[in-house]
Design a protein around this ligand. Sequence first.
Ligand SMILES: Nc1nc2c(ncn2[C@@H]2O[C@H](COP(=O)(O)OP(=O)(O)OP(=O)(O)O)[C@@H](O)[C@H]2O)c(=O)[nH]1
Ligand SMILES: O=C(O)[C@H](O)COP(=O)(O)O
Length: 233
Amino acid sequence: MPDAPRPDRLWAVVPLKSPQHAKTRLADQLDAAQRRWLLFELATRVIRALQATDAVAEVAVATASTEIAGFAQSLGARPILQSAETGTAAAFSAVIAQLQAGQPQALLMIAGDLPLVTPAAIETLCAAAVDADVVVVPDRHRIGTNALLCSPPSAITPLFGPDSLHRHLAAARRRELRTRVLESDALSLDLDEPDDLDELRRRGSDLDDALRAALAGAPVPFRGADEAGRRRR
Ligand SMILES: Nc1nc2c(ncn2[C@@H]2O[C@H](COP(=O)(O)OP(=O)(O)OP(=O)(O)O)[C@@H](O)[C@H]2O)c(=O)[nH]1
Ligand SMILES: O=C(O)[C@H](O)COP(=O)(O)O
């Protein structure tokens, strides 16, 4: 059996939309300041969980926003500044195209809006690559993809977007790759639609005070690169 990707050879990349364009599907529930806060808060959680995971050697953020690039840097993540904001799949594909052959050995592509993410869940996901070329983590509806771990990074083309779980699995099948679908409570909830907020509220015992207050409609503090930097120190 081939070896699992060595820890120093597994990188993670988080795509992040520009603050002014993010979380638009939540516009009826959250005002612009809350949506902005949510983007930075969730991204911070995902980046920190990745950084706390031994299996992940490097965390990068793919974005077309210079503000988000500065925020990523303030958290110690590597910003990859993109010229256009053309969707998640295109963002990941652009990152893969920039990688050198063989470096990294594996790439974890993971959404930046997973409120229940934990280092343990990321560790479990990385461990699943021991005997799989492609590991897919479905969203809670088993329609979308919240994380995709490919060894090597170009094992399949990222196909994030409508029906991406099925399309990722079909792509892996066509290439006859060893594929694993990993169900993960901590990674299956992404905050896209109003019913995702309801689901998060239902899981209230898992929430900390800041997120609970934001979901209850409380005014949120400014959140941006400067504050992320302060919290890190
Ligand atoms: N770099 C980059 N990241 C993106 C882009 N589109 C989405 N993302 C990120 O990809 C992840 C999943 O995307 P979505 O769920 O579509 O993001 P969203 O902000 O909820 O989208 P809307 O509610 O439709 O505005 C999040 O981390 C987004 O910030 C893009 O065009 N470029
Ligand atoms: O499930 C998916 O594939 C992603 O959540 C979709 O992200 P996108 O709509 O930004 O491509």
